[in-house]
Design a binder for this molecule. Structure first.
Ligand code: F6R
Length: 242
C-alpha cells in the first residue's frame, strides 16, 4: 500500500484529484469508480475545477458508484443519486448514459443486485476506484460480519454506520437501515484503488488498516491488502501525525 500523507483535507482533495486525472488521462474510454459520503466531496470540487479550466473532459468516461440507500427515493436529497448529481455530475460533461449507480428504487431488490452485477461484468475492470472508509472499517456498505459479500447485495447497516451517517439526516430515526452495495470482489476489480481518509475520527480505522496483517471480515477494509495497487491518501489528523 502506498501512503501519501497531506497536511490537511484541502491538500488531500487536490492530491486525489491529481491522481484520478492522471490515471483517467491515460485511457481513451476511462472507467472511474466513485464513492459518496463527506470525504470525497473535496475531490469532486477539484475535479470540477479541472474540468472548468479545460484540463480534462469526462465525455468519454464511464462512472460506477458503490452503493445507495434502500427506502429513500432517488430524487430525495439524502440519496446517493442526488449526491452524485449535485456534487459532481451536474457540473461536468459526463454523458448520462455512462453513469451507473445501484438502484434500490424497485420492488424486487434481489433483481436490482443481479442487474448491477450484470452491469459491472459488462463494464469490467475500472481504471481507478475511489473509496472512503467507515469508522468501523467498512468499505462501500460492506459492514463488519462473519462473512462478506463478494458481489452486489442488500445489506443491513450497523448501528455504528447509522449513527455516523445520522449527521446528514434530521434525526437518527430517518437514516435508512438497509442499502444496496457493491461486494468486495467488484471493489477489488480496479487497476488502482485510491482510499481517502480525513480527520481525527478516522484515525483508529487508518491505524487498524495499516497494522492489519490478517484478512479480517470484521474489519472489511483489511481486504484491500489483497490488492496490489492501493494508494492511501490521508491527512495528518487521520494519520495521527503532528
Ligand atoms: C460511500 C461509502 C462509504 C463511505 C464511508 C465513509 O459511498 O461507500 O463506505 O465511504 O462510510 O464516509 P464519510 O466519507 O462520510 O466518512
Amino acid at each position: 500500500m502506498k501512503i501519501i500523507v497531506t497536511k490537511d483535507y484541502e491538500e488531500l482533495s487536490k492530491k486525489a484529484a491529481e491522481v484520478v486525472k492522471d490515471i483517467l488521462s491515460k485511457h481513451a474510454n476511462p472507467k472511474l469508480g466513485l464513492a459518496t459520503g463527506s470525504t470525497p466531496e473535496g475531490l469532486y470540487k477539484e475535479l470540477i475545477k479541472i474540468y472548468e479550466n479545460g484540463d480534462y473532459s469526462f465525455r468519454k468516461a464511464e462512472t460506477v458508484n458503490l452503493d445507495e440507500y434502500v427506502g429513500i427515493d432517488e430524487k430525495n436529497e439524502q440519496s446517493y443519486h442526488y449526491y452524485m448529481f449535485d456534487k459532481l455530475f451536474n457540473h461536468i460533461d459526463i454523458m448520462k448514459e455512462n453513469i451507473y449507480i445501484p438502484s434500490a428504487d424497485q420492488e424486487n431488490l434481489e433483481e436490482a443486485t443481479k442487474e448491477y452485477d450484470k452491469m459491472l461484468d459488462g463494464v469490467g475492470r475500472r481504471d481507478v476506484q475511489v473509496l472512503g472508509i467507515g469508522n468501523n472499517g467498512h468499505i462501500a456498505f460492506n459492514e463488519p460480519a462473519d462473512q462478506l459479500n463478494a458481489r452486489t447485495s442488500i445489506v443491513e447497516l450497523t448501528e455504528s454506520t447509522i449513527a455516523a451517517n445520522s449527521r446528514f439526516f434530521k434525526s437518527k430515526e430517518e437514516v435508512p437501515t438497509k442499502a444496496i452495495s457493491m461486494g468486495i470482489k467488484d471493489i477489488l476489480n480496479a487497476q488502482t484503488i485510491i482510499l481517502l481518509a480525513s480527520g481525527e475520527k478516522k484515525r483508529e480505522a487508518v491505524k487498524k488498516l495499516l497494522e492489519a496483517d490478517k484478512l479480517d471480515t470484521h474489519f472489511p477494509a483489511s481486504m484491500l491488502h489483497l490488492h496490489r495497487d492501493v494508494i492511501l491518501i490521508v491527512d495528518k489528523d487521520a494519520m495521527g501525525e503532528e
